[in-house]
Each structure stands twice: as C-alpha cells, then as structure tokens.
Ligand binder design. Structure first.
Ligand code: SAH
Ligand code: MG
Length: 214
C-alpha cells in the first residue's frame, strides 16, 4: 500500500492504464528487476498529460534514474522538447546514457552528472517545465533555483511529496525519515502559502504537487 490512497482506488485507477509496450515496457521491466524507483504508472500518466497539455520546449528534470520519465516527457512533448536531466549516481548515469543512445535520443536529452543543488546553481537558461524527482529531503533547497529557472508561465511538477503518506500523518512516520518528512512539509507549506504561487497537491502515486506563478 502507498499509504496515500486506499488500495481499491489505487488498483482500480491503475487497471485503467493500458499495459506499456516497446521501450517503455522494456524500461519498466528493467526498473522492476533492478529495483529502480521510476515513476509509478499513474504518475507517469499524469506527467504525460501535463507535458502534452503544456507543450514545453525546454524541460528540466531532477533525478534521471534510467531515463524512463525523461523519454516519456520527450515523447509526450510531441518529440519537440529538449531535456536537461540531473543525476548523481554513476550507475544510473551509465544506464540512462545507454538507453538514450539505444533509442536515438542523445541529442534530445542531456544528462548533467552531479548533485542537483550544485548543477542547479550552474544553470541559467529558463525552462517551461521542471520535474522534481530527486533528493526528497531537499526540495525546499532546490525550490529557489527552480523558481529562478522557471519561465513566467512555467510549471513545476514535484513527485513523492506525500512520501508514503508520512508527510500527511505522524502515525506513518518512520524515525529515520523524520528529517525528510519535516523538510517536505516545509516545501509544501512554502509553495502553498506563497502569494505569488499557485499550487495543487494531488494524492496520486506517492503524492504530486504542481506549482505555477499566479
Ligand atoms: N525520474 C525518474 C526516477 C528518478 S529516481 C523516473 O521516473 O524515471 C531518483 C533519482 O535521483 C535516483 O536515480 C537517485 O540516484 C537520484 N538522486 C537522488 N538525490 C539526488 C541528488 N541530490 N542529486 C542528483 N541525483 C539525485
Ligand atoms: Mg518519484
């Protein structure tokens, strides 16, 4: 159980989503086998929806893993977006670059190797959509950079904001996770209360928060 919605709801919503085919099936199978936490099915569908609606030309992603969500966003953009994606794990960088090569996406998706915060500091060109999906305990530290790098009408999609329900209920909090939980609450508090921003928190997957400027 995700700790976020009831099992029956989650199972039903998931059952509506058609089985992936081709590269996405391959990537999902690989992720499952190697226990890589790629976007859950309904999160992936939501992301696909947001990207196909927003039609971003420049996307920034925090957390590449094996490149699943980056490839998904690229296709959802109508094969038009250029994507910058940040990853610090050497193994993941290797898997993702192999995948981008395999699917001929090396000139569409650029991996920036390093810690999100450091890479964020070095970026200057603005983005239409930012997918925050790495370093759960640091979203509140990434936020000022993401806002600096977000176009006037850009959107931030942050994943895992409810973190297995722990962010919403102290009863679910595991001791070792308390710092992450506190920082995530701070992130949600900031994006929800800032008068210049509008944020919607969606209890889907592991929790998603979408933020834009008013
Ligand atoms: N977006 C991917 C999943 C990303 S999983 C998808 O849905 O397909 C999160 C990834 O972020 C992991 O691969 C992890 O190595 C990376 N990560 C975690 N903290 C990070 C940090 N501070 N800087 C860079 N990468 C980080
Ligand atoms: Mg995630």
């Amino acid at each position: 159980m995700s700790g976020i919605t009831h099992d029956y709801m989650e199972d039903y919503i998931r059952s509506l989503i058609p089985e992936s085919t081709d590269k996405f099936k391959e990537l999902e199978d690989f992720a499952k086998e190697h226990k890589v936490p790629i976007a859950q099915k309904e999160t992936a569908k939501f992301l696909e929806f947001m990207v196909s609606m927003k039609k971003p030309l420049r996307i920034l992603e925090l957390g590449t893993a094996i490149g699943y969500s980056a490839i998904l966003m690229y296709e959802a953009s109508g094969y038009k977006a250029s994507i910058t994606t940040i990853e610090r794990d050497e193994n993941m960088i290797k898997y993702a670059s192999e995948n981008f090569k395999k699917y001929n996406l090396e000139d569409k998706i650029e991996i920036k190797a390093g810690d999100c915060l450091e890479v964020l500091e070095s970026l200057e060109e603005p983005y239409d959509l930012i997918f925050m999906d790495a370093g759960k305990g640091h979203y509140n530290h990434f936020l000022p950079h993401c806002l600096r790098l977000l176009k006037e009408d850009g959107i931030i999609v942050a994943d895992n904001v409810l973190f297995r329900g722990m962010v919403a209920s102290n009863d679910l909090v595991k001791r070792r996770k308390i710092t992450i939980v506190k920082r995530m609450r701070k992130y949600l508090d900031i994006v929800s209360k800032d008068e210049n921003l509008i944020t919607s928190v969606i209890p889907m997957g592991d929790g998603i928060a979408v933020t834009k400027r008013r």
